[in-house]
Design a protein around this ligand. Structure first.
Ligand SMILES: Nc1ncnc2c1ncn2[C@@H]1O[C@H](COP(=O)(O)OP(=O)(O)OP(=O)(O)O)[C@@H](O)[C@H]1O
Length: 310
């Protein structure tokens, strides 16, 4: 069963399209990463799924229920952490969590509430009214709030934006734990490294369209070159013959030879060519470009909100 199925979703603001006929599905149990540069249409998509932005055209189904026709039902199946911090200013964390489970028509479950409070590190702040919490604490509260009714699909729109490293790690551990217990996860993040580590599959949006959607490993492998760096016993006078297809280059006065294994190329054949070359190799190192390079290749964009982000 698909946790989420989006079909031909379209939205424009003042005549300018933000999401252009988007279709994709997320099977139950998956951690799916939706990536894309600023303005790609990720939040608009999530907001249409969550029912807070009206769908222009198309359909959204959660666990087989249409989110427009069966709004009350789908609302209970989804837990959404929006990008903007939205809190109940003058309630304490505990009061707000109690109220929210009532809002979803779910019976208050103190054991579950306490588990969320503890796992999200909210216990020391329980009695504080929300307006007095730090930004990181507010975000933790939003995550607890999104989970209070035990949704089957948790949607996190940039949950780690502006939060410290400790919370980020703790949060992802918790998300993994929730996923292992059966919650499907849809997340957006600008931290490509996080997406690479967390997600089973990644979809990349650009200008309102999905320009790639693949298992994370395949996406990285398919679009990235692998480099083989060889430290040689004797410096090379020139480029060795028979290795032209690997775009060889030399570094460090000829003592380091760099070969590039093209996308889809065979490492075995490259190594055979290397053996035939008779080079005297002292050491070697390989590296592979990660999601960041893949993302830049696909969208033609470099840089981002910070050095390692989209
Ligand atoms: N309420 C709105 N009114 C007008 N335009 C909007 C509105 N919400 C989004 N847009 C526009 O729609 C486009 C897509 O924005 P969206 O926020 O969905 O992108 P995003 O991929 O989530 O970007 P970011 O990574 O910056 O959050 C942008 O051009 C944005 O300016």
């Amino acid at each position: 069963m698909n946790a989420l199925e989006i079909t031909d979703l379209y939205k424009e603001f003042a005549g300018v399209p933000a999401v252009k006929g988007l279709s994709f599905a997320i099977p139950e149990g998956e951690i799916f990463g939706l990536l894309g540069p600023n303005g790609a249409g990720k939040s608009t998509t999530i907001n249409m799924v969550a029912g807070v932005v009206k769908i222009g055209q198309g359909q959204v189904q959660a666990f087989g229920y249409d989110n427009q026709k069966d709004y009350r039902h789908t609302r209970r199946l989804l837990g959404v952490v929006h990008q903007e911090i939205v809190i109940d200013n003058f309630f304490t964390i505990e009061q707000a969590l109690e109220i929210h489970s009532g809002y979803y028509g779910v019976k208050d479950d103190p054991a579950w509430r306490n588990l969320l409070i503890d796992r999200l590190g909210l216990r020391p702040h329980l009695g504080k009214i929300m307006i007095k919490l730090s930004g990181g604490m507010k975000r933790r509260f939003m995550i607890a709030k999104a989970l209070i009714h035990r949704p089957r699909l948790l949607i996190l729109d940039e949950p780690t934006a502006g939060v410290d490293v400790e919370l980020r790690h703790g949060l992802w551990d918790f998300v993994r734990e929730m996923n292992k217990k059966g919650t499907t996860i849809l997340l957006t993040t600008h931290y490509l490294e996080e997406a690479e580590q967390m997600c089973d599959r990644i979809g990349i949006m650009h200008h309102g369209e999905m320009i790639a959607l693949e298992p994370t490993h395949d996406l990285v492998r398919k679009l990235s070159n692998r480099r083989l760096k060889l430290w040689l016993e004797e410096p090379l006078a020139g480029l060795p013959p028979g290795l032209e297809e690997y775009a060889p280059s030399v570094e460090h006065g000829g003592t380091v030879l760099v070969l590039n294994l093209p996308v889809g190329g065979s490492a075995g054949i490259m190594l055979k060519h290397l053996c035939r070359s008779g080079l005297n190799i002292r050491d070697f190192e390989t590296d592979q470009s990660g999601l960041e390079e893949v993302f830049i290749q696909l969208t033609g964009m470099g840089g981002g909100k910070n050095g390692t982000t989209a």
